[in-house]
Design a protein around this ligand. Structure first.
Ligand code: HEM
Length: 146
């Protein structure tokens, strides 16, 4: 995060105004997309005791939160890029950004296919790919933020 340093190059400093707001939105959306998947996974054994169609109902309700969060991640992600002087970034930083965008596409497609899976196998495979790629996107984001 490119911020106004107060004293000395490594001194921690406050995020500046709009930049801080931009990252707050990005991280908030990430907490819903990434954290939400693991929360629902953890609640599933209990949800199953509420009836055979309870998991489907909870998944559908979660989907109504999930996709707006994904959309916010993509919008604030490109806002992040627009706000940073990417042309001056190292080739390593640019490579990590490209890998991250690829991973974000993979997590979106995998979660979409998971939601439409009709087999236990499809649910498990696409659900796992979606969750692992989500965590990877989070990790790559933290490295990008510097
Ligand atoms: C599943 C989707 C995504 C997740 C979970 C995610 C997560 C994160 C996290 C946790 C950070 C670090 C914030 C910090 O440490 O302050 C971050 C930063 C960043 N993300 Fe994402 N992100 C996602 C999608 C995207 C997309 C689609 C883009 C670009 C199109 C993007 C571009 C960036 C950039 C450029 C930064 C660095 C921001 C800065 O230093 O100001 N992210 N992301």
């Amino acid at each position: 995060m490119h911020v106004l340093t107060l004293t000395g190059s490594d001194a921690p400093s406050l995020a500046a105004g709009l930049g801080g707001f931009r990252l707050i939105l990005h991280v908030l959306a990430a907490t819903i997309w990434v954290g939400g998947q693991f929360t629902v996974l953890g609640l599933l054994p209990t949800v199953r005791t509420f009836g055979v169609d309870a998991p489907k109902k909870v998944a559908r309700a979660f989907g109504r939160l999930l996709w707006p969060a994904y959309a916010l991640l993509v919008v604030t992600g490109f806002w992040n890029i627009a706000a940073l002087t990417v042309k001056d970034a190292s080739s390593a930083w640019k490579t990590v950004l490209m890998i991250k965008i690829t991973v974000v596409v993979i997590t979106g497609v995998a979660v979409f296919l998971h939601q439409r899976s009709t087999s236990k196998r499809g649910l498990a495979i696409w659900g796992t790919i979606g969750a692992v790629a989500s965590v990877a996107a989070l990790c790559l984001g933290v490295f990008l933020a510097g």
